[in-house]
Design a protein around this ligand. Structure first.
Ligand code: NAD
Length: 253
């Protein structure tokens, strides 16, 4: 068994400076073929092209709205026809919002859960059966330090609640699918330098946050990508149901 005859699916890996794209590269460097699902079809294809060119693996990029079951079904059908069987899934696509609880609307709350939780459900529900059938799978969820410490970085209550839901999802799924050869883990990044905040986290607030990080810097995407790739190794089969912090010591518990 080798990862070179398997595909890793990464959602939300279009974003140029995002955690997903960096993860696609590190997984490909470790030998995985890669499938990128992103709302932004052009960036998904661009990322796949970049990954294939740089790492010499098969890569495909597909436009997909993970909140929409039909869109997920259609995107995964493309893989069925063109890629090796799926051995890893990284539930990375996510959105955040800093809206305070006393101002948040039901629509915004639902949207946070639609992408971060229901989206991960839509993709995992379609991919896990094949993994279970083949007796091998690695699933990694992108939660957040916000889930563990109750916000306080950028995201508000809705984001923290959705990211905490992903932890429950991870743990229960690990228990259910362990006997079928799947591991399911979560990573909980702290402040990582990407475009998810749309440039809204700058100035005084950022300086304050950095002051609370023992290693003295915010994280970069490679810090997170390496951890995810480690969890996807075949040799990491005894690690499951775990949450891995990658936050520079900003939250130690
Ligand atoms: P990003 O904004 O750079 O990338 C997110 C990607 O998800 C984008 O490419 C976007 O197009 C895609 N996406 C959004 N909605 C989608 C949908 N409905 N269907 C398909 N794709 C969709 O974000 P990032 O900072 O790289 O974050 C990646 C993950 O890590 C997220 O789940 C985020 O919550 C989590 N995280 C990030 C940080 C951080 O500080 N950056 C910290 C903790 C957790």
């Amino acid at each position: 068994m080798s990862v070179s005859d398997k595909t890793a699916v990464i959602t939300g890996a279009g974003s140029k400076r995002g955690i997903g794209r960096a993860t696609a590269h590190t997984l490909a460097a470790a030998g995985w073929n890669v499938a990128i699902l992103d709302l932004d079809e052009t960036s998904a294809k661009d990322a796949a092209h970049e990954v294939a060119e740089r790492n010499g693996v098969q890569a495909v990029g597909v436009g997909c709205d993970i909140t929409d079951e039909t869109s997920v079904q259609n995107a995964l059908a493309v893989l069925d026809d063109s890629m090796p069987p799926v051995g890893a899934l990284v539930n990375n696509a996510g959105i955040t919002s800093p809206t305070p609880f006393l101002e948040v609307t039901g629509e915004e709350w639902d949207r946070l859960f639609a992408v971060n939780v229901r989206g991960a459900f839509n993709v995992t529900r379609r991919i896990a059966p094949g993994m279970a059938e083949r007796g091998f799978g690695r699933i990694v969820f992108l939660s957040s330090v916000s889930a563990e410490r109750g916000g306080g970085v950028f995201g508000g209550v809705g984001y923290s609640a959705a990211k905490a839901a992903e932890l429950g999802f991870t743990r229960a799924l690990a228990r259910e699918l362990g006997p079928r050869g799947l591991t399911v883990n979560a990573v909980a990044p702290g402040l990582i330098d990407t475009d998810i905040t749309g440039g809204a986290l700058e100035g005084e607030r950022k300086t304050q946050l950095l002051a609370g990080i023992p290693v003295g810097r915010n994280g970069n995407v490679a810090d997170v990508a390496d951890l995810i790739t480690y969890l996807c190794r075949e040799e990491s089969g005894y690690i499951t149901g775990a949450t891995y912090d990658v936050n520079g010591g900003a939250h130690i518990h």
